[in-house]
Write a new protein. Structure first.
Length: 319
């Protein structure tokens, strides 16, 4: 078996070559919400694993390994609960304008899966939620970013209106990356997380927070430059949920919509050990879980206090 994967900083999902992140947010005049878009290189494959009991998602069925289209053109993470899934339409519009999508007679159909957190009303006006224009804005921001550009964290993008601990503390957006070891040190696994959990970060001896009013969700996108099949990406998404469980308590409740997407650019092959060929893939899946864990904790640590007509959210654990 390979050595344990090594975190590189916390790093960023943009440490994966070709991966870009764009964001849009509104935080005044009754708004406290936003959109984050992960824009991968063309030809990137993807899958997803939804574990929460209250998910708000779009196009996740298209990422099943048994379906026709293996590629993903962008992933949208958004506030606004089910209403906010409209942001995916704006991302899809940007992709169509740039010829990105599944070729069909007369044009392309962009594959843009999306997932939403519940932040309705946290800015003071329940009707203020992301729409297609905000999704387009975030996609444009991603496209305009430089290769390897850092990602704004905390109260950014879909983390703008995030809260944790049954709505008692400010949540946020975090990111991290992990590099594999030995002959596979050329493989990077990155994660982007939007932390809007019912729970809080694990604390020794602390009781689990009970969900309060409203709904919750932690969302993550895991990306790698490794060559993976859609089925391997699916299994990696499943394994990555271990990182969510290591970071938060409780997790995967009926009040959470916990969802992890996995993207693989397929630029670099894993070097396999002839004696144990599966070892490299297991190491990558361990790295995915660790990247998610660190990204979640980064999102909580980077979150800052907000005050709106709906109330005050203070950083954890100082709230």
């Amino acid at each position: 078996m390979s050595e344990q994967p090594v975190p590189s900083g916390p790093g960023s999902i943009t440490d994966v070559p070709g991966m870009r992140v764009g964001q849009a947010r509104r935080k005044t005049n009754g708004w406290l919400t936003g959109v984050s878009v992960v824009l991968p290189p063309p030809g990137t494959i993807g899958s997803v694993d939804v574990r929460g009991g209250g998910p708000g998602t779009h196009e996740t069925d298209a990422l099943d390994p048994t379906t026709m289209v293996p590629t993903v053109d962008a992933v949208a993470l958004t506030g606004g609960s089910a209403y906010g899934l409209a942001a995916a339409g704006g991302v899809q519009r940007w992709c169509e304008e740039h010829g990105r999508g599944f070729p069909v007679p007369g044009g392309v159909v962009p594959i843009v899966p999306a997932a939403a957190i519940f932040d309705l009303g946290r800015g003071g006006d329940f009707a203020n939620r992301p729409n297609a224009d905000m999704g387009y804005e975030a996609a444009l921001d991603a496209a305009d970013s430089a290769e390897g550009a850092d990602v704004e964290r905390g109260n950014a993008g879909a983390g703008t209106g995030a809260a944790i601990g049954a709505g008692n503390f400010k949540g946020g957006l975090g990111t991290a990356s992990v590099r594999l070891t030995g002959e596979n040190s050329h493989i990077v696994v990155g994660a982007l997380a939007v932390v809007n959990a019912a729970g809080i970060p694990w604390q020794p001896g602390a009781a689990a927070i009970m969900p309060g009013e409203g709904l919750n969700t932690t969302l993550a996108v895991v990306a790698s430059n490794a060559v993976l099949s859609v089925a391997e990406a699916k299994r990696t998404a499943t394994a990555a949920h271990a990182g969510m469980a290591r970071a938060l308590n409780p997790v995967h409740t009926l009040a959470d919509g916990d969802t992890i997407f996995v993207l693989a650019t397929c630029a670099d092959a894993l070097v396999l050990n002839p004696g144990v060929p599966v070892a490299a893939l297991i190491e990558l899946q361990c790295a995915a879980a660790e990247a998610v864990r660190v990204a979640i904790l980064d999102g909580v640590a980077q979150a800052t206090a907000v005050e709106t007509p709906a109330g005050t959210l203070r950083p954890f654990p100082d709230g």
